[in-house]
Design a protein around this ligand. Structure first.
Ligand code: HEM
Length: 180
């Protein structure tokens, strides 16, 4: 099943979801690792470039997800969830969407304002939308870190919510099942 049904995600939504999760967690790990790398490390440039290109892919996956959801709406949420659970689910989801856009945007801004145009896997270089600026670069750098760790916190909350329902053994509220 390519598209989503009333109670299950189809293969495209599932692929986008798990690829995004994999990339985000890897990007956070690699981001932490590379920012501590010695400037003379011979692999530093390649790691930075890969981090940037996969980071840009997060925005591409976000756009693909939004377009696909317009064509194939997501399955409805189980009626069994309490009002408080529904609210939390929606707030976390909105936060995840916002940060999947803002974290790469801050990364892009930091690089461009730092005078480093962003190449995507060496295939092409993104247009540089900002002038070189120490102030903007420093601000975007700060934001990139803060927002990336906020994103990690939301991913953990999102996971905890789904695992909680799974462990409760309540099939109707098992949101993980329909994404697997
Ligand atoms: C969802 C996508 C992304 C995630 C989750 C992510 C995550 C991170 C994290 C956790 C760090 C370490 C921050 C710190 O400890 O201070 C980092 C560093 C960095 N990121 Fe990203 N990143 C993403 C996308 C991007 C993009 C699109 C770019 C540029 C085009 C980028 C450029 C950088 C750079 C240059 C650093 C190193 C900063 C330094 O040397 O201190 N990131 N990233």
């Amino acid at each position: 099943m390519l598209g989503n049904s009333v109670d299950r995600y189809g293969i495209v939504s599932r692929a986008i979801h798990w690829l995004t999760a994999l990339f985000i967690l890897t990007l956070i790990g690699v981001g932490m690792y590379m920012s501590d790398l010695d400037k003379t490390d011979p692999n530093r440039m390649a790691i930075y470039n890969a981090h940037k290109a996969f980071g840009i892919l997060i925005i591409v996956l976000l756009l693909a997800r939004l377009i696909w959801l317009r064509i194939h709406p997501a399955p409805g949420l189980p009626a069994i969830l309490s009002a408080a659970e529904l609210k939390l689910f929606k707030v976390v989801k909105a936060g995840l969407y916002l940060l999947m856009f803002l974290v790469p945007l801050a990364g892009y801004t930091m690089s461009v304002a730092g005078g480093h145009p962003v190449s995507v896997f060496g295939w092409f270089t993104l247009p540089s939308l900002f002038e070189k600026s120490k102030t903007l670069g420093g601000f975007a750098h700060e934001m990139h870190g803060v927002l990336a760790y906020t994103l990690l916190a939301l991913v953990v909350l999102h996971l905890a919510g789904t695992v909680k329902h799974r462990l409760k053994g309540n099939a109707e509220a098992d949101l993980l099942k329909r994404m697997l």
